[in-house]
Design a protein around this ligand. Sequence first.
Ligand code: HEM
Length: 421
Amino acid sequence: MTTLPVDSIDTSAARRYTTVAIVLHWVIAAAIAFQLIGGKWMVSAGAAATGSVFTVFQIHKTVGLTILALTLARIIWRVANPAPALPEGMSRFERLAASVTHLGFYAFLIAVPLSGWAMASVSPTGVPTFFLLLESLPFAHLPLLGDAGLTERHTAEAFLKGVHDNLALAMGLLIALHIAAALKHQFIAKDNLIARMLISARTAPNSIAKASVAGLAAAASLMFLIGGIAWGINQTVSYQTASTEPNVTQSDAPAPDGAWVINHEASTLGFTITYTGNAVEGSIGSWTGDVVFDPEDLGNASAAITVDMTSVTLGDATLQAQSSGGDGFDLANHATATYQADGFDRMDDGGFIANGTLTLRGTTVDVPLTFTFDEADGSATVVGQGSLNRLDFGIGAVGAANEAWLLYDVSIAFQIFATRP
Ligand code: HEM
């Protein structure tokens, strides 16, 4: 190949990409580097250790969809503004390699974000994509798999994860090749080819026609993003944040004789689960209870607690987002959980045990709770705990069937303040 002296290269406007193409090239290049490095870090233990996995995933998805939108703009621009001719000194092989690489880039720039978007859309967890991290701007999920069950969704998600990962890897390799070629041109062929992709003071101002195409490309890219958000707001996503208003109200039925009056403001019901090695607290905002309890008359003691599962708040945003879907609490079908105990025993240490059952997600399982009961001047303080296995209730049975990131054991803790009626 002929090596041209640097100052003989024509870097005039005709030999350069347009300013719009150059800006799009470098913005997309920076975003891709961020996605490739950030994506790998995001799925690593390092990201989990920060406790901000939810935020990191949301940023990744927002940047990825923005790349898709900018690629759309770039294709429109490219069709209207063909690339400048390659330097004459390039061999036929180099020209072919350049064309194949450029076409490959467009294919990856569409396929990589699309595969990520498809993966997030089929996921059984139903975690939405909050554009720019704003809960008021959920980006649409692709309408894939319709009413498919959780297992099918889980299988599809795992497959698409592999596709997304491998496509991203292949794009990374192509980028390495692309950079190597640019370096070769710069330092071996010394033809200053990179100047074609650099903005220069000598670049001719855009004509009106060019400005119109730039406007069209920008509009297409914005329409993609705004349309996706509008569609997302419309889409019924299974995701639901914990309600602040109590949905479970004390039933109109009279409380059983001797039932304690619970001070809900002061009392707490909660649980702890271990997620990616960290203890995550869950608290229940809205619940009611009919409790009859006299330490001297355990035979007549009873407790009926009803919990509004939509009022559960978790101390981790990823878990919170995943908890409402079909593989979590399945709020669409089971918005309440109940605990019913009619058998109470005194323990050797002076405490008590309630031999009750918990009905959660439509499944009833024995969950004994131990507690202490202290009464003074007609006011009682009850402090108790228990534990359950989330899989007994089918929680995470599809997406977290083992303990890799979510342990089975859930410990329950409660503190109840009540007065005699
Ligand atoms: C050009 C844009 C994108 C690039 C270069 C990119 C790159 C990556 C990379 C390198 C990973 C790590 C893969 C692994 O090692 O397992 C990843 C993971 C992921 N990406 Fe993307 N991504 C892009 C766009 C998107 C989009 C648009 C979405 C969704 C809307 C998305 C969703 C995800 C998700 C959910 C994961 C985590 C998968 C897992 O849990 O293992 N990505 N991405």
